[in-house]
Design a protein. Structure first.
Ligand code: FES
Length: 315
């Protein structure tokens, strides 16, 4: 008698794993680009992951219903006389399909997905989380003793942000000593990077090159040149203009000039992180600064425009 083959309909390929993978990829991209993208990626991954798990669970129930587990128990003892060796059919065991192709494909897909996910995820998560456990504080840029910055006078300071990278990391800041505020030294430290497209802005007034001073600080060489930017700061590229506090007054820049945080160490001025500024109210030591995380040139930090462009490009 011909053996009966039981042909079952295998489920078609599922799209849920694809959606899950897209969600994970979006999440990883978000770790670099923006927390908003991280949230969207996580939501997509969770939704498709749940749908995938539900599909797998219902699939198993279906298989359990269509393939009831037989009670294998203790095999019955053969009864009757033993057959001669040359009697009966071929001596092959009758097997059931214990590892069907669908199971193999499912396992292979999951395994391959896990390997690819691990290769992509582990380094990205490592780079994202490791800094939290390492001392990554800004080492600071020592631009010289406080006495090199006369009170009320702007100084054009150029310095290497990272001396190990050499001159390519040279930056410029406009530094003004505001005197003391409640017994603490106050400085205004404005970056010269234009908030439109990043051109170097210039002081709107004379620069006293003949009074240039060079300060050595470790491997860093700092130049300090006094200036009187009575007209504020001006960008030569597209006519952007700022007042002496770095507020935008004209032209295409979208916000005020960025500023440096600073600290005083052993009587020396040390610059640290850059931050962005929408605008400044007041001036000097009394200025109220609307500060934000550092944004790239051309990026709004507040107002309706910010809501239209909430995702920053990496910078
Ligand atoms: S880059 Fe400064 S105004 Fe355009």
């Amino acid at each position: 008698m011909e053996p009966q083959h039981d042909h079952h309909h295998l489920p078609g390929p599922s799209l849920w794993p694809v959606g899950f993978a897209v969600g994970i990829a979006t999440l990883l991209v978000g770790l670099i680009v923006s927390w908003v993208v991280v949230g969207v990626g996580a939501a997509v991954a969770v939704v498709f992951g749940l749908l995938w798990v539900r599909e797998l669970a219902t699939g198993r129930e279906l298989v359990a219903e269509t393939h009831p587990v037989e009670d294998e128990g203790v095999p019955e003892k053969p009864t009757g006389p033993a057959l001669p060796a040359d009697a009966g059919g071929p001596a092959l065991p009758v097997t059931s399909e214990r590892f069907p192709r669908s199971k193999f494909l499912e396992g292979a897909t999951l395994g391959l997905g896990a390997v690819i996910g691990g290769v992509v995820t582990v380094p990205a998560v490592g780079f994202a989380i490791a800094p939290a456990f390492l001392d990554q504080g800004h080492p600071g840029i020592d631009v010289g003793p406080m006495s090199d910055f006369p009170e009320g006078q702007y100084v054009v300071a150029t310095f290497m942000e990272n001396p190990s990278q050499g001159e390519v990391s040279r930056r410029t800041a406009f530094i003004r000593n505001n005197g003391m505020l409640n017994g603490v030294p106050s400085f205004t430290v404005i970056s010269n990077r234009c908030a439109h497209l990043g051109c170097p802005v210039q002081p709107g007034g004379p620069i006293f090159d003949d009074k240039q001073k060079t300060v050595k600080s470790g491997e860093n060489q700092i130049t300090l040149i006094p200036t009187t930017p009575a007209g504020g700061f001006i960008c030569p590229c597209h006519g952007g203009a700022y007042d002496t506090e770095g507020n935008r007054t004209a032209g295409p820049p979208v916000r005020g000039l960025d500023r440096y945080d600073f600290r005083i160490e052993n009587g020396r001025l040390v610059l640290s992180e850059l931050y962005s500024v929408s605008h400044v109210v007041g001036s000097g030591a009394d200025a109220k600064i609307r500060r934000f995380d550092l944004h790239g040139p051309g990026q709004h930090v507040d107002g309706p425009e910010f809501w239209f462009y909430p995702v920053q490009a990496p910078h």
